[in-house]
Design a protein around this ligand. Structure first.
Ligand code: RTP
Length: 155
């Protein structure tokens, strides 16, 4: 009989094309890693505009929606899933306020970004969004399993 670990909280984090272009991949990953969160999925992708529109569907009425989707699909994005207790909320804390003019020093945006349209990183804003975004960006077999594999899964 197997002991199943309780389902651990997960969030979707993306380094946007500006963060990748500026060489901030390692810096950003390092901050999540040093905090103690666990990387359970990672890949580099150039999302299509249609995919970007899906990712940002909640914002489709906003005036900046089109430019935002063009931007997300303009180059490589690092898509990740991070796991750990409180990772959704605390991940947002590490990232800092949406507008880098308002993010505190010590946060990723506070330290590394200046304008809202180039704020280098995205993080899910709640448990439902996290689930939806992880499912949009990743197939189940691209995620590290939290629980031990059963005999059938290994075979
Ligand atoms: P985030 O999760 O990225 O912190 O953003 P949020 O949900 O707090 O903010 P939201 O309003 O959902 O914005 C998502 C992304 O849209 C871009 N944005 N541009 N005025 C503008 O040009 C503007 N406002 C928002 C940002 O890249 C933001 O991260």
């Amino acid at each position: 009989q197997e002991v199943h670990a309780a389902e651990m909280e997960r969030t979707f984090i993306a380094i946007k094309p500006d963060g990748v272009q500026r060489g901030l991949i390692a810096e950003i990953i390092s901050r999540f890693e040093r905090k103690g969160f666990k990387l359970v999925a990672i890949k580099i992708v150039v999302p299509s505009k249609e995919f970007a529109q899906k990712h940002y569907h909640d914002l489709k009425e906003r005036p900046f929606f089109d430019g935002l989707c063009d931007f997300l699909s303009s180059g490589p994005v690092i898509a990740m899933v991070w796991e750990g207790e409180g990772v959704i909320k605390y991940g947002r804390k590490l990232i800092g306020a949406t507008d880098p003019q308002k993010s505190e020093p010590g946060t990723i945006r506070g330290d590394l970004a200046v304008v809202v349209g180039r704020n280098i990183i995205h993080g899910s804003d709640g448990p439902e969004t996290a689930k939806d975004e992880i499912n949009l960006w990743f197939k189940p077999d691209e995620l590290m399993a939290t629980k031990p594999l059963s005999r059938e899964e290994i075979a």
